[in-house]
Design a protein around this ligand. Structure first.
Ligand code: F0G
Length: 352
């Protein structure tokens, strides 16, 4: 079989590209779908993790960005702009660097994880730290794109959603059919919108016998879709989904209702418990926001709303290395030793 060369190469017929479209790719996609033995045992279901942190910039954003930046370059753009809680900015900056064009990223000052900022710096983005929320950043980015020659690459750009549908294609291709339930975190709501679109397209084409129920989870302090109203001052430890007015609001509600799914809220404590659990028991290190789908699955199980025996895929959206502060918060256990083997053995309590 041919080596993997990225999503536009792998799923060309499903994407809005032509032979005239330059392919800007970091060979994103084709991420691991790994069985989750511990979560399966806890829930009585057949649980799988779609590990999106394995993408080139460490999050699912690369799926949409390869398409959005390729189309922007095709249209002659010299600069892309986005608002971001961090991952979109890292991805936009990387693909812009690859294309040889500029990237301007607007991020909420003080509310973006260290690793994401480090990425934007190194990829050479122009960074504006806005003293406001993500929602402020998105409003400004939209206004900039309206009045200046810069291409907006937030998920309000349909090319982003087109690329992000590929996660559903990969899941069906790997499992042989759609799962019963697909869980994922929800922030600006582009990803749940795109995942539904992907499953629907595959089923319509006869490549899956059905469609999963989509179970989206927001952080309790940033859950506008759950409450049915904008949250003016969203707060959560999961900075990636600290969003009060999601751009793809209607898409998320449609994904929920058309799939017979749900959108629920999980507390920061539930998110952090799931964050620790998935690393400790599945060997998968994700960032806090990425654990919201797992936290939600476990909460639904405890509430008796998860029937046993179902096949469940959970998207874990971003790599744990993105947010080192989250891992180190509350300190960690270690011992110090001299550089003598006997002392290290003693530190490890290896007595015989
Ligand atoms: N998980 C992670 C790690 C994210 O970075 C995001 C969104 C989401 C989940 C939610 O996805 O917005 O499509 O509902 N991050 C955006 C950003 C907002 O700017 O990086 P969504």
């Amino acid at each position: 079989t041919r080596p993997w060369r990225g999503l536009i190469d792998g799923y060309r017929a499903w994407l809005p590209v032509t032979d005239a479209t330059p392919v800007i790719s970091l060979h994103e996609g084709n991420t691991p779908l790994v069985p989750a033995a511990h979560l399966s045992a806890l829930t009585g279901c057949d649980v799988w993790l779609k590990v999106e942190g394995a993408n080139p910039t460490g999050s699912f954003k690369d799926r949409g960005m390869t398409v959005a930046v390729s189309k922007a370059v095709e249209a002659g753009a010299r600069t892309v702009v986005c608002a971001s809680t961090g991952n979109t900015s890292a991805s936009a900056a990387a693909y812009a660097a690859r294309a040889g064009i500029g990237a301007a990223v607007l991020v909420p000052r003080g509310h973006i994880a260290l690793g994401k900022l480090a990425q934007a710096v190194r990829y050479g983005a122009e960074i504006v730290e806005v003293t406001g929320s993500f929602d402020d950043c998105l409003r400004i980015a939209r206004e900039l794109a309206e009045h200046h020659p810069v291409a907006l690459v937030n998920s309000v750009n349909d090319h982003r959603l087109a690329g992000q549908q590929t996660v559903a294609f990969e899941v069906v291709d790997a499992l042989g059919d759609a799962p019963d339930i697909h869980c994922l975190p929800v922030g600006n709501a582009g990803n749940i919108t795109a995942a539904w679109r992907g499953y629907d397209a595959y089923a319509t084409a006869g490549l899956a016998t059905g469609r999963p129920r989509l179970w989206g989870f927001q952080a309790a302090g940033a859950a506008p879709l759950v409450h049915g109203e904008v949250v003016a001052e969203p707060e959560t430890v999961a900075t990636a989904i600290r969003i009060g007015n999601p751009a793809s609001w209607r898409g998320a509600i449609d994904a929920r209702d058309s799939s017979g799914g749900l959108i629920g809220a999980v507390t920061d404590e539930q998110i952090l418990d799931a964050y620790r659990l998935v690393a400790r028991h599945e060997g998968v290190f994700v960032e806090p926001a990425s654990a919201a789908g797992i936290a939600g699955l476990l909460a639904e199980h405890r509430a008796g709303r998860l029937d046993a025996g179902q096949r469940v895929v959970v998207t874990v959206t971003g790599n744990g290395l993105k947010d080192p502060d989250a891992s180190m918060r509350g300190g960690y256990e270690s011992t110090t030793s001299s550089a003598r083997t006997a002392d290290v053995a003693q530190a490890l309590r290896l007595t015989s």
